[in-house]
Design a protein around this ligand. Structure first.
Ligand code: ZN
Ligand code: ZN
Length: 314
């Protein structure tokens, strides 16, 4: 068993018998192991991140992270690729994904943590979501062709060799081909809300992605609730609907400091009895404000989500 000193110390402090160290090959986090530096939301280039799975694990190791979830959109490829590197770095790698879903006519994200990565329903649903993304990208390409922009689909695809093609890749293509002067213009003219490249995908309902996550043995976490820019009452309705659907946790700790002012996410998490996740949503080292693992501790009296995950699945 490879285990780093920090994890070892914590483990020893949290167990009654040192002899267990020799008999347990994997850690059951519910038995009391407290990660020193968790990060349960980040991306590799298998979805829309910049780093390869190997480079992400190297960065996690440098950052002292001991519990990590790669949460690429609709794919576990990054998880499988990163697994051997995580093992040799003594990082507990949680099989995870980030779903896109619809609630109340808007798009919301749900992170599924510690799912069985080989669950057949899960694999099938992920394939469906990826197919929907590709179909959407082709449709954006067809729409751009109608206004004289040729080969946008293949151009965007070349800019996303490992991952999924999204509007940022089309924006880069438009910029490189000189159709626009900058990213902002690409969105303003062609890709932004209400423009011809704003093709909607029929994402599954919030309740469905929560159900798929739980069927695969995972814990469903409402991702970055502040990003939706909802009024307090609408945010309350979203969190209530998520909890009613069987959602068990919410991303509350998303920055190095917990903001001390009135935080509606905290209020509703408590009201609906949700556990709390620690999540940077790291995509790239280029973003100075978004560090892998640079996150505050789970505040009292919340239950950290890893206490609900049980043994890490493989
Ligand atoms: Zn997201
Ligand atoms: Zn994300």
């Amino acid at each position: 068993m490879i285990i780093n000193q920090k994890v070892l110390t914590t483990y020893v402090l949290n167990t009654t018998s040192i002899s267990e160290l020799n008999t347990n090959d994997s850690h059951d986090l519910s038995s009391g192991l407290n990660p020193l530096k968790p990060d349960l939301h980040c991306h590799t280039y298998c979805s829309d991140g910049d780093l390869s799975p190997q480079a992400l694990i190297e960065l996690a190791e440098q950052s002292g992270i001991d519990l990590l979830a790669i949460t690429d959109h609709d794919t576990l490829d990054g998880y499988f690729e990163a697994k051997p590197f995580a093992e040799s770095a003594a990082i507990q790698l949680v099989p995870a994904i980030e779903w896109s879903a619809v609630w109340g006519g808007m798009s919301v994200h749900v992170v599924g943590l510690n799912l069985d990565p080989n669950d057949s329903t899960l694999t099938e649903q992920l394939t469906n979501q990826r197919t929907a993304r590709i179909e959407r990208a082709r449709e954006i390409g067809r729409k751009l062709a109608k206004v004289g922009i040729e080969d946008a689909y293949s151009g965007a695809r070349n800019l996303a060799p490992m991952g999924q093609i999204g509007r940022p890749h089309f924006a880069r293509y438009l910029l490189e081909k000189g159709y626009v002067k900058n990213y902002q213009e690409a969105f303003k003219k062609y890709l932004g809300a209400g423009k011809l490249g704003d093709v909607k995908t029929s994402w599954p309902q919030l309740e469905e992605v929560v159900a798929w996550t739980r069927q695969a043995g995972g814990v469903a976490v409402l991702a970055h609730p502040k990003h939706y820019k909802l009024t307090r009452s609408k945010l309350g309705r979203l969190i209530e609907a998520f909890a009613e659907a069987g959602g068990e946790a919410i991303e509350l700790v998303t920055s190095p400091k917990m903001d001390s002012t009135d935080n509606p996410v905290k209020h509703f998490a408590q009201l609906y009895g949700l556990a709390v996740s620690v999540a940077s949503d790291f995509h790239t080292p280029q973003n100075g404000w978004q560090h892998l693992g640079g996150l505050a501790k789970v505040p009292e009296p919340f239950v950290p989500v890893w206490q609900m995950m049980g043994e890490i699945k493989k």
